[in-house]
Write a protein that binds this ligand. Structure first.
Ligand code: ZN
Ligand code: ZN
Length: 182
């Protein structure tokens, strides 16, 4: 299976940043990614907002997006995401499925009081985007801390991992998504 992926900005997200993900995604997925294109931006869905937490429910937002958009989708948003069992999430994906969502909110060095750095931000978004798309392609979490499929609970863990799959995850990825007869 090789997919054609729509990159979808949700709310205020710089287009250039979203487009800049393409090379990293192509490097990570190789032949599994046939085409990457920029979709029309979508408003942040208000129904996903939880005023008590001041955050957006990632499950609600992903469902909202997939109800309105066909094909394989990687949505990028600037707002802070959570799932009910966690304080926050960097992203969420169907596993396997066709949709992934990444928030740049806590990937930005400025969130931690650091200097603005587009290259650091892009590295981090790329890793989380590859991670979430790995789930879309059916991969589970990996215990190799340098593998892109390792689960990140903090920005330190995001920075430790590489933007690539370990050999074991890469083999699983190819095996799960090998083209069948057609
Ligand atoms: Zn994950
Ligand atoms: Zn791995």
């Amino acid at each position: 299976m090789s997919i054609s992926l729509h990159l979808l900005p949700i709310g205020e997200v710089p287009r250039e940043l979203v487009l800049a993900l393409e090379p990293g995604l192509s490097r990570a997925f190789g032949p599994l990614l046939r085409k990457v294109s920029l979709g029309l931006p979508m408003e942040v869905p208000l129904e996903a907002y939880n005023p008590r937490r001041g955050q957006y429910n990632a499950n609600v937002m992903l469902r909202y997006i997939l109800e309105r958009m066909g094909g394989s989708v990687l949505a990028i948003t600037g707002v802070d995401l959570y799932v009910p069992s966690l304080n926050f999430v960097f992203g969420l994906a169907q596993c396997p499925g066709r949709g992934a969502l990444v928030s740049i909110h806590r990937l930005d060095p400025k969130f931690y009081g650091g200097q603005e750095s587009l290259s650091t931000l892009l590295d981090r978004i790329t890793k989380e985007a590859v991670h979430e798309l790995g789930h879309v392609f059916g991969l589970a979490h990996c215990r190799d801390r340098e593998c892109v499929m390792s689960f990140s609970n903090s920005i330190v863990e995001v920075d430790i991992k590489s933007p690539r799959f370990c050999n074991s995850c890469w083999r699983k990825l190819i095996k799960k998504n090998r083209c069948s007869k057609s």
